[in-house]
Design a protein around this ligand. Structure first.
Ligand code: FEO
Length: 197
């Protein structure tokens, strides 16, 4: 067998991609790939927020944000596994660098809430596409994310409410910091069981 030169590789890869037999439409595959990117961006955003909080000495808040990072990775990998179970190859795009302009802890949690509202809108869009395409398997999967977003927005709202009750001065933030240090991940951290593998 002759060695494959570097110049021949792209067409070989394209051939594999074109011969892919999927059980879901290309429109759905593309939209799920976009959602994977958005979930990965969410993970990246919470990672950046966590680093910022550690840097400011709020290790409890940093802990809460790192658990949130794991949740987002779970969301991305669940979609990643689903695509593969449906015979499609996930296409990974570049992840934008998160921009953190929040100067207070309250602003940071407002950012969390706004971000989750944006993800909710994105999930709704994906659900509407699955319904329009009569893709019931994808619809079932996306409904799990619809429920998950209710929880995500609820948690962000509760944190803002708690901060309002405690006061968002140094003392209030310090108490919140202690509370958020108790959070630990409840989702499975072994993503090999999410399909695809
Ligand atoms: Fe994956 Fe926080 O939404």
């Amino acid at each position: 067998m002759s060695a494959v030169s570097g110049a021949e590789r792209p067409s070989a890869v394209a051939y594999i991609a074109e011969s892919e037999v999927t059980m879901i439409s290309k429109k759905i595959v593309d939209r799920i790939n976009l959602q994977i990117n958005r979930e990965m961006y969410s993970a990246y955003l919470y990672m950046a927020m966590s680093a910022k909080m550690t840097n400011e000495g709020y290790t409890g808040i940093a802990n809460w944000l790192l658990v949130q990072y794991h949740e987002e990775m779970f969301h991305a990998m669940k979609l990643f596994g689903y695509l593969q179970d449906q015979g499609a190859s996930p296409k990974l795009d570049k992840i934008d660098a998160p921009e953190l302009k929040d100067s207070t802890v309250k602003e940071l949690f407002q950012h969390v809430l706004e971000h989750e509202q944006w993800v909710t809108a994105s999930i709704r869009e994906l659900l509407e596409l699955a319904i329009a395409e009569k893709d019931y398997a994808t619809e079932n999967l996306v409904r799990w994310y619809v429920n998950e977003q209710v929880e995500e927005e609820k948690h962000a709202n509760e944190l803002l409410q708690t901060l309002d009750l405690l006061g968002d001065g140094k003392q209030g933030v310090f108490m919140l910091n202690i509370e958020l240090g108790k959070r630990s991940a409840t989702i499975p951290l072994d993503f090999t069981k999410l399909g695809g593998a």
